[in-house]
Design a protein. Structure first.
Length: 236
C-alpha cells in the first residue's frame, strides 16, 4: 500500500513538472509578439519625424531662398520723358576717342544722350588719411581735365550741340560701371574702345565684354581702336 502511494505521488509530480514548461511556452510567444509590435511602433516614429523634417525644406524652396535670382528691372530708356543714354568710359588711353566718336554719332542720330564716366581707382596708400585725401583730390582734378579734353574732341568731330553728362566714380572700374548702370535706368548702351595692342583689347573690354557679356544688363558695343574717326562716323 505504501509503495503504491509513493508511486502515485511520483507520477503526479512528474505530470506537474511536464505541464509547467508547456504553460511557459504558451506565454512566451505572446510576450515576444507584443514586444515585436512595440518595436514596430517605435521604428515607425523616426519615419514620421523624417517626413516632418522635410517640411521646412519645402517651405524654403517655395519662398525662393538665396538660389532664386533677383528679378531684373526694366530699363526706362523709351518711356515718356526719358532718352536713351550711351555711356562711354573715358581715361587717358587713345582707344577712348574711338568709343567717343561712335557714341556721339549714335546719340545724335537716335535723339539720345551722351554720358561720360571717369573712375578714380583706389591708390596704394589709401590707409593713410592725409595721402588718401590728396589722391582723391588729384583724381577729381584729372577727371575734370579729361572731360574738358573730350569736350574739345567732340567739337572737333562736329558735335557742338552735344553736351555730355559727366560722371565721376571712385572704386574698381568694372564694379563701378556695373553699379552705375544698375542705378541709372536711362543708360541703354555701354560703348567701349578696344586697344589696338596685340596683347589684347584691354582689361575693361576683357572683363565686361568678354567674361560677363552673357549676363550683362545692357548691350555692349566695342569699337576697334584701329579705325579712323571718319570710318567710325560713317558706320555709327
Amino acid at each position: 500500500m505504501g509503495d503504491w502511494l509513493n508511486g502515485s505521488m511520483r507520477a503526479m509530480a512528474e505530470t506537474t513538472q511536464k505541464t509547467k514548461p508547456a504553460a511557459r511556452r504558451q506565454t512566451k510567444p505572446r510576450t515576444a509578439k507584443a514586444g515585436q509590435s512595440a518595436k514596430a511602433a517605435t521604428a515607425k516614429k523616426p519615419a514620421t519625424k523624417k517626413a516632418a523634417a522635410k517640411k521646412p525644406a519645402a517651405a524654403k524652396s517655395a519662398s525662393g531662398g538665396t538660389s532664386t535670382p533677383r528679378p531684373r528691372k526694366k530699363r526706362e530708356v523709351f518711356h515718356e520723358g526719358h532718352k536713351r543714354k550711351l555711356l562711354v568710359v573715358v581715361d587717358e588711353t587713345p582707344e577712348c576717342e574711338s568709343a567717343l566718336a561712335y557714341a556721339a554719332s549714335r546719340a545724335q542720330r537716335t535723339d539720345g544722350k551722351l554720358a561720360l564716366v571717369y573712375v578714380i581707382e583706389p591708390g596704394d596708400f589709401q590707409h593713410w588719411l592725409g595721402v588718401e585725401e590728396i589722391a582723391r583730390e588729384e583724381g577729381h582734378n584729372k577727371a575734370r581735365a579729361v572731360f574738358r579734353l573730350f569736350g574739345r574732341k567732340l567739337k572737333t568731330m562736329g558735335f557742338e550741340e552735344i553736351v555730355p553728362e559727366e560722371i565721376i566714380r571712385e572704386g574698381h572700374k568694372a564694379e563701378e560701371i556695373t553699379q552705375l548702370i544698375e542705378e541709372d535706368h536711362d543708360i541703354g548702351v555701354l560703348v567701349l574702345g578696344a586697344s589696338r595692342d596685340p596683347s589684347g583689347p584691354g582689361p575693361l573690354v576683357t572683363s565686361l565684354a568678354g567674361g560677363r557679356s552673357g549676363t550683362f544688363q545692357i548691350p555692349i558695343t566695342v569699337v576697334p581702336g584701329c579705325l579712323a574717326t571718319e570710318e567710325i562716323l560713317a558706320m555709327a
